[in-house]
Write a protein that binds this ligand. Structure first.
Ligand SMILES: NC(=O)c1ccc[n+]([C@@H]2O[C@H](COP(=O)([O-])OP(=O)(O)OC[C@H]3O[C@@H](n4cnc5c(N)ncnc54)[C@H](OP(=O)(O)O)[C@@H]3O)[C@@H](O)[C@H]2O)c1
Length: 278
């Protein structure tokens, strides 16, 4: 994964929707036992860090092969360090592989990077051995471009799927600068597959084709679909283990299908995640 040199499964686990109920832990157990070695969670995903921490504890020594990334919505040094302390507690680790400043908007970049900003806190945490690498996640292509070019981030997390491939040039740029890339929302975001299910597009736009689309971009370090059920993990692992590279023409066809679907349902029904306990 870029300059981190972490060796990860190309299919990772997006943890934003686990942790609402105890059963969610089974999806994580299945993932780690089937060879997924990267999980992404976040301080703001409440029960998620706790669920990941519980499962890592259950794995015992096998947990050493799992790389963990989490993130903070804090923008100041102090807020980021406070969140990190909590993340370490819930995840049950002395140190995390990657800690990210999450969802940084255009107007927040300067603040995050200023003296006393979140980046400074994470640098301090890295110096103190609490984290190994510093990352950032954003929906702003401008912020991501700055993050890649400034040389101060080891990883960037960006939206990348057949529904939204605008970050493709940034993935190439990150590769050139040896910055690791984490592809979020590979199925178009939580709820998209549910909306597609009963549409005329279900045969072409499904978990298997959408996952093949992102995995066929070999410049991206890891893609992290959200998964709540063991059967989803099994299906996605099966796809990742056996897919043929999608040709450029097939990728463009899928993007066009995705565009047509979005145009046919201006506001795709996005089902809300279940309530979380804590
Ligand atoms: N930094 C940020 O700003 C940010 C924002 C959003 C997300 N993220 C990260 O990106 C990850 C992924 O995003 P996401 O969960 O919103 O979107 P996504 O990965 O595009 O979609 C996830 C949903 O797809 C469904 N799914 C997964 N595998 C399936 C399968 N084989 N068959 C049928 N359905 C399947 C599940 O829905 P059901 O659970 O309903 O079955 C799952 O919750 C998050 O978990 C999080 O780690 C980061």
């Amino acid at each position: 994964m870029g300059r981190t040199n972490l060796l990860l499964s190309e299919l990772g686990f997006g943890g934003s929707n686990v942790g609402a109920v105890e059963d969610d832990e089974e999806a994580l157990v299945t993932a780690f036992s089937q060879g997924i070695t990267f999980v992404e969670t976040g301080r703001a995903y409440q029960g998620s860090e706790l669920a990941v921490g519980n499962v890592l504890k259950r794995l015992g020594a096998r947990a050493d092969s799992v790389h963990v990334a989490s993130k903070t919505l804090g923008r100041s040094r102090d807020a980021a360090l406070r969140d990190l302390e909590q993340s370490l507690h819930y995840l049950g680790r002395r140190s995390l592989d990657i800690y990210q400043v999450a969802s940084v908007g255009d107007e927040e970049w300067e603040h995050v990077m200023a003296t006393g900003g979140a980046w400074e806190g994470l640098q301090e945490a890295r110096d103190n051995g609490l984290i190994r690498f510093i990352g950032i996640s954003s929906h702003s292509l401008d912020v991501l471009r700055k993050a890649i070019k400034c040389g101060r981030f080891d990883t960037v997390q960006l939206k990348y799927s057949a529904f939204d491939s605008r970050s493709a040039s940034l993935i190439r740029l990150a590769h050139k600068h040896d910055v690791g890339t984490i592809g979020m929302k590979p199925f178009g975001g939580f709820g998209m597959l549910g909306s597609l299910k009963h549409s005329p597009y279900a045969a072409t736009l499904n978990a298997s084709t959408l996952l093949r689309y992102v995995l066929s971009n070999h410049l991206i370090s890891v893609s992290i679909p959200g998964m709540r059920f063991p059967r989803e993990v099994e299906e996605n692992v099966q796809t990742a283990a056996s897919y043929d590279l999608m040709t450029t023409a097939a990728r463009v066809r899928l993007q066009n299908q995705a565009k047509c679907f979005l145009a046919s349902v201006p506001h795709p029904l996005v089902r809300k995640p279940r309530q979380r306990n804590a």
